[in-house]
Design a protein around this ligand. Structure first.
Ligand code: ADP
Ligand code: 5GP
Length: 222
C-alpha cells in the first residue's frame, strides 16, 4: 500500500500534514542530472517511450519561455515568476532553484501525480535540485550524465583520464562539474553515465535501472 493517497496528488495547500513522498518498499524514483545538452531529455524520452507503463516524468515548473516543440504540462509547466514564487511560499514545491536567470522547481503534486499512477517517478533537475532532494524523504537513485566528446577538444588520452576521474569522483567526491570537493557531499551520485554514444548511454541507463524495473514489475507497478 502506498503511503500517499490520490488526494495528495492534487497538492492541497496546508489542509493536512505532508505525507511521505516515498514508501519504504517498492521501486525508488530516479533523479537524472547533468550539464545542459548532455542528452538527459533525449534519454528520458526514450526510456519513457519504451517503458511507458513503468516510468512517469515529473513535470517541473519553470519561468523560462517554451522552446519550439515544447508543450505546457508535458515538458514543463510554464508559469510566471509571480505564480511560482507564490506557490513556493505556499509550500507546494519539493525543491526549486534559480538556473540561468529562471526559476525551476519540482512540485509535490508533480511527483505525487506520477506515484498515484503507480509509476516510477523520473526527475530531471540541476545540481542544486540534487542537493535539495537529498534533504527530502524521496530517496531516489541519483544518476549524473555527461557528454565529454561534446567539446571536441579532448584527445583519446585525455578522454580516458577524464573518464577515470569521473569514476573516481563517483566513489569519493562530487563529479567534474562541481566546485572542488567540500567533503560535505561525498558520492553525490550513484552512477555516472557518459553519453558519447546514445545507444550505449541508453543501455547503461536501463542497466542501472534494471533492479527498479524488476521491483516495479514484481509489485504490480506495470
Ligand atoms: P539535455 O536535456 O541534457 O539538455 P538534450 O537531450 O536536449 O540534452 O540533448 C541536446 C542535443 O544533443 C539534442 O539535439 C540531442 O539530440 C543531442 N544528443 C544527445 N545525445 C547525443 C549523442 N550521444 N550524440 C549526438 N547527439 C546527441
Ligand atoms: P532547460 O532550460 O535546458 O530545460 O533546463 C535547464 C536546467 O534546469 C537543466 O539542468 C535541468 O536539469 C534543470 N531543471 C529542470 N527542471 C528542474 C527542476 O524542477 N528543478 C531543478 N532544480 N532543476 C531543474
Amino acid at each position: 500500500m502506498p503511503l500517499w493517497t490520490l488526494q495528495d496528488a492534487w497538492g492541497q495547500r496546508g489542509e493536512q500534514p505532508d505525507t511521505p513522498l516515498q514508501g519504504m518498499s517498492g521501486p525508488r524514483p530516479v533523479v537524472l542530472s547533468g550539464p545542459s545538452g548532455a542528452g538527459k531529455s533525449t534519454l528520458l524520452k526514450r526510456l519513457l517511450q519504451e517503458h511507458s507503463s513503468i516510468f512517469g516524468f515529473s513535470v517541473s515548473h519553470t519561468t523560462r519561455d517554451p522552446r519550439p516543440g515544447e508543450e505546457n504540462g508535458k515538458d514543463y509547466y510554464f508559469v510566471t515568476r509571480e505564480v511560482m514564487q507564490r506557490d513556493i511560499a505556499a509550500g507546494d514545491f519539493i525543491e526549486h532553484a534559480e538556473f540561468s536567470g529562471n526559476l525551476y522547481g519540482t512540485s509535490k503534486a508533480a511527483v505525487r501525480a506520477v506515484q498515484a499512477m503507480n509509476r516510477i517517478c523520473v526527475l530531471d533537475v540541476d545540481l542544486q535540485g540534487v542537493r535539495n532532494i537529498k534533504k527530502t524523504d524521496l530517496r531516489p537513485v541519483y544518476i549524473f550524465e555527461q557528454r565529454l566528446r561534446q567539446r571536441n577538444t579532448e584527445t583519446e588520452e585525455s578522454l580516458a583520464k577524464r573518464l577515470a576521474a569521473a569514476r573516481a569522483d563517483m566513489e569519493s567526491k562530487p563529479p567534474l562539474t562541481l566546485p572542488p570537493p567540500s567533503g560535505e557531499e561525498p558520492g553525490l551520485f550513484d552512477l555516472i553515465i557518459v553519453n558519447d554514444s546514445l545507444d550505449k548511454a541508453y543501455w547503461a541507463l536501463k542497466e542501472a535501472l534494471s533492479e527498479e524495473i524488476k521491483k516495479a514489475q514484481a509489485t504490480g507497478h506495470s
